[in-house]
Design a protein around this ligand. Structure first.
Ligand code: ADP
Ligand code: MG
Length: 398
């Protein structure tokens, strides 16, 4: 098929690689460009922003087949307030919460709350709109920054103040056709910049899958208690959910609870889950669009996959770009290199973003996959390059 992918980061390069493996002709389009998908037989949307803006509604109106939720369905990610109230309506386990659309009542609520809280700008904030405050003073400062200083613009017009949960985090994504839900392998991301989960939050410094924290039985349980009720609920509310539904879960002592929904593949999770998918992704996407996912086989490779993100010096703060990347030619064939922030000039590949490359490998076990991915990393170099040495390490003996 002729397929267009919207977006151009690591996730989209993983999508492109996966589709090319099955013989599809894939073009990529920058997410910010207005898209006319007329020549594509299938359009797959990578990032959340165009989904929230209604790109799927537009493409479908033009008669283009698009894999991803409509604007109404993408509210599950684009409005955390909507998602929380939705979860309440359908009994989906999540942290206790309150929603505010002005500062004074939110401020009063903070003074009364007798539990540690998390403060969230409701709208899309590029993964920066959530504050987990260390103390009461920080909580007040975060609320002020979001609602008074408008640090995230209109994304902070509404705020969710919720109960702080505890436990490890797992990303569970699923294919959805509006009715049927097929979970993918669970994955784990590493958000902090430095080893030992130290340093500032990033877009993600590495990932692996499958996560040992969810057994196949647990995945079935999450499907029936979280993913299926969500898809059924959206259909009942007149916004059937087609595409990838991502549940960010915290495994608490009272069971898995939803921290958030995303309306697309996670990044870097896509870079480890897609290499584990055996079935042609275009086949699955078409089955989702046509509402026949229930009859579609979705098969996975055995073993595990790990991905190490190579970041620019200074990321997630300020960093230089335009630095030559050495060694890509020497990386063994079984290593997958997903370009996240690169550009080509006459001399070859140069850096062009904070997260520069994802280096992924499959292996018979997580240990094996990690060893291969790190062996791949050892060939690559650019000035200031930094990456975590401990991706997956904590979970090797789980
Ligand atoms: N209720 C909560 N309790 C504890 N930690 C939370 C809670 N909600 C969010 N977090 C932490 O904040 C991170 C970001 O929150 P999330 O809701 O996933 O928003 P986003 O990904 O849009 O920034 C989560 O990955 C988790 O580590
Ligand atoms: Mg998140």
């Amino acid at each position: 098929m002729r397929i267009t992918i919207i977006g151009n980061g690591g996730r989209e390069h993983a999508l492109q690689w996966k589709l090319a493996q099955h013989g599809h002709a894939v073009a990529m389009t920058h997410a910010s460009m207005s898209h006319d998908g007329h020549d594509a037989e299938l359009v797959i949307i990578g990032p959340e922003a165009p989904l929230a803006e209604g790109i799927v509604d537009r493409l479908v109106q033009q008669g283009v087949r698009a894999f991803g939720p409509t604007q109404a369905a993408a509210r599950l990610e684009a409005s955390k307030a909507f998602a929380k109230e939705f979860m309440t309506r359908y009994g989906i386990p999540t942290a206790r919460f309150a929603i505010f659309d002005s500062y004074a009542p939110a401020e009063r609520h903070l003074q009364r709350a007798d539990y540690p809280v998390v403060i969230k700008a409701s709208g899309l904030a590029g993964g920066k709109g959530v504050v987990v405050p260390r103390d009461v003073a920080e909580a007040h400062a975060a609320l002020h920054a979001i609602m008074r200083e408008r640090a995230f613009g209109s994304a902070g017009d509404q705020v969710v103040i919720e109960e702080r949960l505890e436990g490890p985090e797992v990303s569970l994504m699923a294919f959805c056709d509006g009715e049927t839900v097929v979970p993918m392998l669970p994955a784990q991301d590493h958000k902090r910049a430095l080893d030992g989960d130290q340093g500032p939050n990033t877009g993600g410094m590495g990932a692996f899958c499958p996560s040992p924290l969810l057994t196949p039985g647990d995945i079935d349980d999450c499907a029936s208690r979280i993913l299926q009720p969500a898809v059924r609920g959206m259909a009942r509310e007149g916004a059937p959910y087609q595409g990838v539904l991502y549940a960010g879960l915290m495994l608490t002592k009272d069971g898995p609870k939803v921290l958030e929904f995303n309306c697309r593949f996670g990044d870097p999770e896509a870079q480890v889950v897609l290499p584990m998918l055996k079935t042609d992704l275009a086949e699955i996407a078409n089955a989702c669009i046509d509402g026949r996912l229930g009859a579609q086989t979705v098969e996975w490779h055995a073993g595990a996959c790990a991905c190490i993100v190579l970041a620019s010096g200074g990321y997630p703060g300020t960093y230089r770009t335009g630095l030559p990347i050495q060694g890509l030619d020497h990386v063994p064939d079984d290593i997958l290199i997903f370009h996240a922030g690169t550009r080509q000039d006459e001399g070859g590949w140069i850096t062009d973003g904070g997260r520069v490359l994802g280096v992924a490998a499959r292996g018979s076990t997580l240990r094996d996959a990690l060893a291969r991915a790190y062996a791949g990393v050892s060939h690559i170099h650019f000035a200031g390059m930094h990456y975590r040495r401990d991706i997956g390490a904590r979970w090797l003996d789980t």
